[in-house]
Design a protein around this ligand. Structure first.
Ligand code: ADP
Ligand code: G3P
Length: 497
């Protein structure tokens, strides 16, 4: 049985999945790893743990499927985006923990860049905003705060990579220092129109160009795996940021098609074809993928806290034992009893871009119980997605006919019903929700001729269930209006206003 192996390196866990030609999952393995919170607003990962868990799951999946190395026709990588690793080229040792996309430590520096009038320069070239979310200011932080790092970087001894680069460096034992256009487009340093690292932006952030990986397409043979899986060396031939891979795995190949992924955060992306559409409504312009000469752009709404709010209720509040308990608890009440929960734990992303916002629970009464809070948390995921979808519709000038969904939290039926109610459009869940991993597998498999065309990829996709709106438009609108009031209350909180 010939298979493609996808490595899906997420924010909370590393996963490896083997797909056969029909797109069936032959084996899957997953391992969570430690989230490190050194200070409020800071989030780090141990890069070695990322590599160890990824390696462990890949071996486990191969073993469980009984797939031999000669039957693994290709390997695709997909990853949490923006997260920064800086390592020494000679020793391969990271000079600091990975600074995760959710980390807010560079908020003041971003504010200064804005005050200096640089927002437009960055936005025009990168399609992004000056927010600590993106990689550039995190790289600079490492160079400024890790002993000796800047000097080493200036001598060309340090390499920067997002997680895709880090994994491919490890997989090839230092043979390849590369990234793909989709990951590069999240750094605040990549010109999405010329497809080059931008020397002006590198200079503005004081980052030596020698640190940057070579930028490749998202689907081509980059190298082979150096023995860690098996002796014969598997071709690495697909690479894309996880949200871009999910767009591909959901077969959103046509301009106008879109998907929302409910993982740690929520990310709504719409394919805009070969055109880099500039949003008038605070969305990002990003590179979806590049295959051969063909470049696809997307509009994106990034929501920082999605499924993470469920984890917070589980781990910090102890309200539930496991993530899947949330819908049972939320279903104990017919509504939130007027409670609104804005989980701005890491500031607010699209469409607000407020790094100083902080979470709020509002509308509490003596009668508020656990179930109301659980339901308000689910609604929060959906309201945030609604805000982004509205912004996207304004940019496109047409309402979205339906929404394709995926990601870890999309198995939750109540969540998707609330989503359909609030959006007032059908929400469509595919039979196989591992679309991120499948997208990476598809990019890798297409590059080596395992799949011939994107039509084959589209045919693999099957619908599991469509959630239809079950409340009136008026009710949805009045609840949305209340949500917007709650959001206003939590904005700029960190700055004391
Ligand atoms: N049954 C469930 N109901 C609601 N949320 C869930 C459920 N299962 C998982 N989640 C949430 O989904 C997220 C994990 O999704 P995943 O796609 O694996 O994320 P990531 O790739 O960001 O690590 C977690 O934040 C978790 O709380
Ligand atoms: O790990 P996920 O799936 O929540 O994705 C994280 C995003 O790529 C961050 O931009």
């Amino acid at each position: 049985m010939k298979c493609v192996l996808a490595l899906d390196q997420g924010t909370t866990s590393s996963r490896s999945i083997l797909f056969d030609h029909a797109g069936n999952i032959r084996a899957a393995a997953q391992k969570e790893f430690k989230q490190i919170y050194p200070r409020p607003g800071w989030v780090e990962h141990d890069p070695e743990q990322i590599w160890q868990t990824q390696q462990f799951t890949a071996k486990k999946a191969m073993h469980e499927a009984g797939v031999h190395c000669e039957d693994t026709v290709a390997l695709g990588i997909t990853n949490q985006r923006e997260t920064v690793v800086v390592w020494n080229r000679k020793t391969g040792e990271p000079v600091y923990n990975a600074i995760v996309w959710q980390d807010r430590r560079t908020a003041d520096f971003c504010a200064k860049l804005k005050t200096d009038g640089l927002a437009d320069t960055f936005h025009k070239k990168t399609g992004l905003f000056l927010d600590p979310y993106f990689s550039g200011t995190k790289i600079r932080w490492i160079l400024d705060h890790v002993d000796g790092a800047r000097k080493q970087a200036e001598r060309g001894e340090l390499a920067f990579g997002t997680i895709d680069s880090w994994l491919i460096w490890k997989l090839t034992r230092g043979g390849a220092h590369i990234t793909d256009v989709s990951n590069a487009s999240r750094t605040l340093l990549f010109n999405i129109h010329t497809l080059q690292w931008d020397s002006e932006l590198l200079e503005l952030l004081d980052i030596p160009p020698s640190m940057m990986p070579k930028v490749r397409s998202s689907s081509e043979v980059y190298g082979t795996v150096n023995k860690f899986l098996c002796e014969c060396g598997v071709r690495i031939s697909g690479m894309a940021g996880d949200q871009h891979a999910a767009l591909f795995g959901q077969a959103c190949f046509e301009p106008g098609s879109s998907k929302n992924t409910y993982g740690t955060g929520c990310f709504l992306l719409m394919n805009t074809g070969s055109e880099a559409v500039t949003s008038n409504n605070q969305l990002l312009t990003t590179l979806a993928w590049k295959r051969g000469k063909e470049i696809n752009y997307a509009l994106e709404g990034s929501i920082f806290i999605g499924g993470a709010v469920v984890q917070w209720l589980r781990d910090e509040m102890g309200l539930i034992q496991k993530a899947s308990d949330i819908s049972k608890l939320a279903a104990e009440v017919p509504d939130t009893g007027g409670v609104y929960f804005v989980p701005a734990f890491a500031g607010l992303g699209a469409p607000h871009w407020d790094p100083a916002a902080r979470g709020t629970l509002i509308g509490l009464t003596r009668g508020t119980g656990k179930a109301h809070i659980a339901r308000a948390a689910q609604e929060a995921i959906c309201f945030q997605s609604l805000e982004v979808l509205r912004a996207m519709e304004k940019d496109c000038g047409t309402p979205l006919p339906s929404l394709r969904v995926d990601g870890g939290a999309s198995v939750d039926n109540l969540l998707l019903q609330i989503q359909a109610d609030l959006l007032q459009v059908p929400v469509e869940r595919p039979a196989m929700v591992e679309t991120t991993a499948f997208g990476a597998a598809a990019l890798a498999g297409l590059a080596v001729g395992f799949w011939e065309s994107t039509d084959e990829i589209s045919n693999v996709r099957k619908t599991d269930r469509i959630f239809e709106p079950s409340i009136s438009k008026d009710e949805a609108e009045s609840r949305f209006a209340r949500w917007k009031q709650a959001v206003e209350r939590c904005k700029n909180w960190e700055n004391g206003t």
